[in-house]
Design a binder for this molecule. Structure first.
Ligand SMILES: [Zn+2]
Length: 115
């Protein structure tokens, strides 16, 4: 696995969760950092942030179109549960049984660093 598409969830206009942290601002910090780490491992990385779209439908369609338009081994969309410190945390959603072990590994890593 060496080619990735990473996007921040939501958009600058249609913002995600806010409260304890701002989901969009945080995701936009994580995406380039993860891309940087993967590039250091000689992976090919495509990143995307939506700065302009004004409806959730257009936003998700555009993000999916971007991902599907790239060659990749794995899609990553960065989101945060950010309403309060108590409900913040990590969950990893995955598609297909082939990604279950990877999802559990990522979730375990972030849960251990969050708590
Ligand atoms: Zn989100």
């Amino acid at each position: 696995m060496n080619e990735f598409v990473i996007s921040s969830g939501h958009s600058k206009v249609i913002r995600g969760a806010s409260g304890y942290i701002d989901e969009v601002d945080e995701a936009r910090m994580v995406v380039p950092k993860v891309a940087e780490y993967l590039k250091e491992l000689d992976c090919k990385v495509h990143t995307f942030n939506d700065d302009t779209l004004k409806t959730q439908r257009d936003n998700i369609k555009t993000i999916v179109k971007y991902h599907n338009g790239k060659s990749r081994d794995l899609d990553v969309s960065v989101h945060f549960n950010a309403g309060t410190k108590e409900v913040g945390g990590t969950e990893v959603l995955y598609y297909g049984d082939g990604n279950k072990a990877l999802a559990k590994s990522v979730e375990g890593y972030f849960r251990s660093t969050w708590n």
